[in-house]
Ligand binder design. Sequence first.
Ligand SMILES: Nc1ncnc2c1ncn2[C@@H]1O[C@H](COP(=O)(O)OP(=O)(O)O)[C@@H](O)[C@H]1O
Ligand SMILES: [Mg+2]
Length: 180
Amino acid sequence: MTDTLNTQSTFDLPTVRYIELTDEVATSKIASQLAQVFPAGVIYLIGGLGAGKTTFTRALLQEKGHIGAVKSPTYTLVEPYQIKGQSVFHFDLYRLNDPFELELMGIRDYLDDRNALILIEWPQKGESVIPAADLQLTLQIADDDITRHLKIEAFGPIGIAALTALNCDFSQVQKGWEAP
Ligand SMILES: Nc1ncnc2c1ncn2[C@@H]1O[C@H](COP(=O)(O)OP(=O)(O)O)[C@@H](O)[C@H]1O
Ligand SMILES: [Mg+2]
């Protein structure tokens, strides 16, 4: 039976958007805008070394109100923050050998906090141990080495709400993503 009363289906809402970031300032700007529409949840950051995952995270945390450095947790795997009373965890799993190491680190305790904001670089390395993403951001370095092609994918109501609220100049064409 079809539900004809439900006029706004999730199919009307965006689940993927593409943005061309012409320089580092543009990357920081979209990160700040996202900070304003994404109060809590899980963001995956995908992209090669130097793609801009940490740069993006830095701008997002500064917009949230963090004062001071945002250093890459390459060796520590996670850097915890308290920002205006909210727990924020910035993971970089590049050097993770086995997702089980995250269990040993006590990741479950971190993730018990439903109001936490969690950003995860190299989520592929965390496999089943890390929580599912509300938003997945993929950054590609363009041929000029400065431009980044950003793909934002939203999963579930939290991610879709954030993507819907994000007010920026989305690319009409999927620049940089034509080729696999
Ligand atoms: N458009 C851009 N967006 C983000 N970073 C850029 C951009 N253009 C140049 N950069 C540079 O690329 C590097 C990105 O480094 P970083 O954010 O640490 O990458 P990752 O965390 O993905 O390995 C920085 O040195 C930054 O100054
Ligand atoms: Mg990084």
